[in-house]
Design a protein around this ligand. Structure first.
Ligand code: AMP
Length: 227
């Protein structure tokens, strides 16, 4: 078992296509419940930026909107799970994305007599996802997410959270790449909903509403399952 996990650690999974709001909601749950957001997309982007062997191998696949190999994803994830802060409980955002990843996670947790606490499926319409993803950007200082249409900072060009004035857009947040990412989601990730249903840990929320409405639905679920 990776060092940071303990047998009381809550393990929550957010499932949903790109644009469903996994990252936004994971950050909100992190603040509200003191859990740790763990995004394999963020870990991989950091590996790409640092030029590590995992990053070099992942870069082209990510740019094309495909799925990075299970081996590389598990390597970066296991590395992060060894950090002591994860003992507070984790929200997995963007992992697992394949059956092999889900099985590897189950095995990793079983070593500590643990299992997934809840897998929460964010239910959305694909067509709306292209618009949600194409307009998004992030504060370069603190990582707070924004959107051209749905979530502007209170003062234009200034981050609400940290006052930063530099923002970034992901290279893979283009209309064409979103289509490839949606396809990968339906082909490889959506089948995991049945996996978690079988395990008796599946929860679903309607994720087409406002950010706050979705946050409150998720908050009730997390409050209940981690009590
Ligand atoms: P995300 O930030 O979750 O949208 O992930 C961005 C990109 O990183 C994805 O389009 C994939 O190329 C890659 N990626 C992130 N997480 C995974 C994963 N669990 N399995 C495979 N590829 C992943």
């Amino acid at each position: 078992m990776s060092g940071g996990m303990q047998n009381s650690t809550a393990v929550l999974i957010l499932l949903g296509p790109p644009g469903a709001g996994k990252g936004t909601q994971a950050r909100m749950l992190q603040e509200r419940f003191g859990l740790v957001q763990l995004s394999t997309g963020d870990l991989l982007r950091a590996a790409v930026a640092a030029g590590t062997p995992a990053g070099l191998a992942a870069k082209a696949v990510m740019e094309a909107g495909g799925l990075v190999s299970d081996e590389i994803v598990l390597e970066v994830l296991k590395d992060r799970l060894g950090d002591p802060d994860v003992a507070r409980g984790v929200i997995l955002d963007g992992f697992p994305r394949t059956r092999a990843q889900a099985e590897a996670l189950d095995a990793l947790l079983a070593e500590a007599g643990q299992k997934v606490t809840a897998a929460i499926s964010l239910e959305v319409d694909d067509e709306a996802m292209v618009g949600r993803v194409s307009g998004r950007y992030t504060c370069a200082g603190c990582g707070e997410g924004y959107h051209d249409e749905f979530k502007q900072p209170a003062k234009a060009g200034v981050c609400d959270k940290c006052g930063g004035t530099a923002f970034t857009r992901r290279a893979d947040d283009t209309a064409e790449t979103v289509r490839a990412r949606l396809e990968a989601y339906h082909a490889q990730t959506a089948p995991l909903i049945a996996h978690y249903k079988m395990m008796g840990v599946l929860e679903s929320v309607d994720a087409m509403g406002s950010i706050d409405t979705i946050a409150s639905a998720l908050g009730s679920i997390v409050g209940r399952v981690s009590a």
